[in-house]
Design a protein around this ligand. Structure first.
Ligand code: HPA
Length: 273
């Protein structure tokens, strides 16, 4: 068996009897959204460290566990804490959780993150519906022998972010009076923030917001035929757009501040899926 697939399968085998819960939606919680599960009707939890061979995140503020429960009537598995490429894991480990959640039964992958705003119209605290993405220097997670059990060698990427889910999120934002921007998210590897010249480059490439996650997870989920949507919380203006230096604390603080509204948008969107 393909070794990457074997590793995901072993993770699944080590938890499947403990968690008799079939999620419809897999929700990845970005910075600031860590406490989202407090709003759910929780049925079970499992720490990443309890899952054999599972990559465990090392970033402060990214505590690692799967939380299973209901958002209104929708069965959801939440990822509290994700693994980033800059932590030193192989890219196949970074996308392992997305593959595992598909194996658990999730049909929809809802990605969230905190980002730096490149588009001049975006202030700190804006929400951006991710309508497309650019991968910049992060390796493609599908490199290597194709995992035929999951998907085909050359997956189409023309509609990565599901148009119907996007419309539900737009309609939800409108209904609840939550301002929602839209745009293209670019993933770089991090962990250093970008230089001002890199931000100018990314702007020229067509990116509206920049971060260090999400794109590789979307590529792996798209390969498996999951329906994908994503919202980015713009935590700061990108490097060079203000005189201020960027810090992780500032990102965390802005994301925490935006969290109540972000939670509302996610809950109401998921219950309309
Ligand atoms: N750059 C990259 N990642 C980020 C940023 C940023 O400015 N803000 C939050 N995550």
């Amino acid at each position: 068996m393909n070794q990457v697939y074997q590793k995901v399968s072993e993770c699944y085998d080590s938890i499947k009897d403990k968690i008799p819960f079939v999620p419809k939606v897999a929700l990845v919680l970005g910075s600031g959204l860590g406490n989202y599960a407090d709003t759910m009707e929780i049925k079970a939890e499992i720490s990443y460290s309890e899952i054999k061979n599972f990559p465990v995140s090392t970033v402060p503020g990214h505590e690692g566990k799967f939380i299973f429960g209901y958002v209104r009537k929708v069965p959801v598995v939440c990822m509290k804490g994700r693994v980033h490429y800059y932590e030193g894991y192989p890219i196949t480990d970074v996308v392992l959780p997305a593959r595992l959640m598909k194996m658990m039964g999730a049909e929809i992958l809802f990605l969230t993150n905190a980002s730096g705003g490149i588009n001049q119209e975006f202030g700190a605290g804006s929400f951006m519906l991710i309508t497309d993405h650019i991968s910049c220097f992060a390796p493609n997670p599908l490199i290597g022998q194709n995992i035929d059990e999951l998907g085909c060698r050359f997956p189409d990427m023309s509609k990565i972010y599901d148009p119907e889910l996007n419309q539900i999120i737009r309609d939800t934002a409108k209904e609840f009076g939550i301002p929602l921007k839209e745009g293209v998210y670019v993933q770089l590897t991090g962990p250093s923030f970008e230089s001002p010249a890199e931000i100018r480059m990314l702007k020229t490439l067509g990116a509206d917001a920049v971060g260090m996650s999400t794109v590789v997870e979307a590529i792996a989920a798209n390969h498996m035929g999951m329906r994908i949507c994503g919202i980015s919380c713009v935590a700061n203006l990108a490097a060079g757009m203000t005189d201020q230096p960027l810090t992780h604390d500032e990102v965390q603080e802005a994301a925490n501040k935006a969290a109540p509204l972000f939670q509302k948008l996610i809950t109401e969107s998921i219950s309309a899926f």
